[in-house]
Design a protein around this ligand. Sequence first.
Ligand code: AMP
Ligand code: MG
Length: 341
Amino acid sequence: MTARLLRVDPWNPDPGLIDEAARVIRGGGLVAFPTETVYGLGADGTSATAVAGIFHAKGRPADNPLILHFAAPELVAGVAVVTPSASKLMELFWPGPLTLVLPSLGVVPREVSAGLDTVAVRMPSHPVALALISRAGVPVAAPSANTSGRPSPTDAEAVFSDVGASVDLVLDGGATSVGVESTVLDATGPDLVLLRPGGCPVEEIEARAGARVLLSGGDGRRSPGVRYRHYAPRVPLLLNPTREEVALALSEAGAGARARVAWMGLEGPEVSLGDGTVDLELSVLFDTPENYARGLFHALRTFERLGADIIAARLPDTDRGMGRAVRDRLERAASRSHENP
Ligand code: AMP
Ligand code: MG
């Protein structure tokens, strides 16, 4: 099977196209669609077999639960206990890139929550996502539409190259605006706990909700997904590397005399990486942490496609705002210590 690709206006999606995609979801099929964060791989979140299709298409470990997407906050009460803190956060931040983990009512298929007694919920703001979920009439389970372990897809081309052979339909609504996944907060109890930094900065949550957010440190227990290898390009990624580290990585990669080093960051390298080593054709500087977030997955995939031998990236100097999510994604993408999915 090869997915059908339908172009859709991201701001004013054609109702006929949305109808067609919603029919695929209701029929148990898989639809990749744009959200404001990254492209999602959606299926009927009330159907165990449809949800199994997501895990199969992505090669996703069965113990990594999925986020359920809703078209309106009040629908969440059908699957989860809406705690007082969750209700406030929904009012302040939905629709938007904030996912809440809540006590499950036990009505969603166990595949969705990977057997946990909690369930993750979000209402996206992208007009295509909202229209599709609303028309489907069911909560839509949707992880990022990449092969497990690969950089997340921020355009339809990336979706197609990863999962084009195993989904029914790809809605192409252009590049996504946030570029990294949603922030995931555990809101099951009185304390809000950060499970994954993302498109909604912690400082903004604290300021607007008037609540502390505890940084869990990602121990892999509360958020099962964090222990797996994530976001990794096919070529080595080095963070703030020294000249020696670059030389070693190039020799390990078997790169010859014409080695190509890609670079990305808010600034150029702090130290010289060796004469002429950084390939200017494979180099991108972002002017803000927001733009770094928006462009980082696309840059990883582009460098890989254009034949970089290694990718060097400079971490943002700050953990504030989108800097936290950018650092998180880069550190995971560069890590060699995680389990493969
Ligand atoms: P993805 O959809 O691939 O962006 O990943 C969703 C993230 O939410 C993963 O890190 C999951 O582990 C996390 N997640 C989903 N459901 C739960 C849950 N019930 N409890 C904790 N984390 C969750
Ligand atoms: Mg993902």
